[in-house]
Design a protein around this ligand. Structure first.
Ligand code: G3H
Ligand code: 13P
Ligand code: ZN
Length: 313
């Protein structure tokens, strides 16, 4: 099977009341862990690459790894640019074989965001590629950009129709209280999402796919493994899984997860290295890391996304 765009995936997800997992990939073990899980559960999947991942692993390596996953799994897989910072990066990914891109103009003024998003949409659609835009600003860290909670802002529902109509985007990321990274809430703080905003956006954009960034749930199990085996990690708090499941039943068709993979991968390596201090073959310590990724993704498909078996429909 060739790469697919997100268009058909989202149509089916919207109608079926489930979401597609968009998992960040940076190396071979991560690609394999994610896609092996999706294969076992027959789930469609989005593999996404940030500008930082392209810098780390190089564009061609990541594209070829994803092509290998297509051969290995025969699943519907979309290859997506996560947080495209500008038109040039989006164009480079479109020209270089991605099936979907995000242009993140969320830090710009409304008019500037529309202008750059529209430019990306025109180029992407002419090349058969789908585009995700963003309105509202999440807190947290992404690619060295750290947005303080005070600078974050919820999406304004009264702006979404104009943004979608004027840009022609295929999906829209909104800010309803999720945030990037592993420390989304302070200890003792009760996690909350603005479901009222999601509902209002859904009413104003009927049958339109909404995206949630910053949607890791932060498994206490992996945090404790990292802490137990020498890691210096503060207690972290993520988005409760039942809230994400509820969002997936509403207009949310794409749920972005990276921090949960990072924690699982690191926990696998830390535990192995600590319990086998004499080992130095990377295949030995990367095997549990890859297995942890697979377990996390299977868990998300079943308990958060609700897309088990959806690759066959
Ligand atoms: O939202 C950001 C993703 O977690 C990617 O992170 O930019 O450090 O690769 P990165
Ligand atoms: P997390 O940091 O919650 O995993 O969010 C990832 C993300 O939004 C990638 O775009
Ligand atoms: Zn994000």
């Amino acid at each position: 099977m060739a790469l697919v765009t997100t268009k058909e995936m989202f149509e089916k997800a919207y109608a079926g009341g489930y979401a597609i997992g968009a998992f960040n990939v940076n190396n071979m073990e991560i690609v394999q862990g994610i896609t092996e899980a999706a294969k076992e559960l027959n789930a469609p999947i989005i593999l996404q690459v940030s500008a930082g991942a392209r810098k780390y692993a190089k564009h061609a390596y990541l594209v070829k790894l994803v092509e290998a996953a297509l051969i290995d799994t025969d699943l519907p897989i979309a290859l997506h640019l996560d947080h495209g910072p500008d038109f040039e990066t989006c164009k480079s990914c479109i020209d270089g074989g991605f099936s979907s891109v995000m242009i993140d103009g969320s830090h710009l003024s409304f008019e500037e965001n529309i202008a750059v998003t529209k430019k990306v949409v025109e180029y992407a659609h002419a090349h058969g590629v789908t585009v995700e835009g963003e309105l509202g600003r999440l807190a947290g860290i992404e690619d060295d950009v750290n947005v303080n909670a005070e600078d974050a802002s919820y999406t304004r529902p009264d702006e979404v129709e104009e943004f979608v109509t004027r840009t022609g985007v295929d999906s829209l990321a909104i800010a309803i209280g999720t945030s990037h990274g592993a420390f989304k809430f302070k200890p003792g703080q009760k996690p909350q999402l603005r479901f009222d905003i999601l509902e209002e956006v859904g009413k104003r954009l009927p049958n339109f796919p909404i995206v949630l960034h910053g949607a890791s749930s932060v498994s206490q199990e992996y945090v404790e493994i990292i802490q137990k085996f020498g890691g210096k990690l503060d207690d972290a708090i993520g988005i409760p899984e039942d809230m994400l499941r509820q969002a997936a039943k509403m207009a949310v068709c794409k749920i972005n997860i990276d921090s949960d993979l990072r924690l699982a991968f690191t926990a696998g390596i830390r535990e192995y290295m600590f319990t086998n201090p004499g080992h130095f073959d990377p295949r030995q310590y990367l095997t549990p890391a890859r297995n942890n990724i697979k377990e996390v993704v299977k868990h998300k498909i079943r308990n958060v996304l609700g897309c088990e078996g959806a690759a066959l429909k």
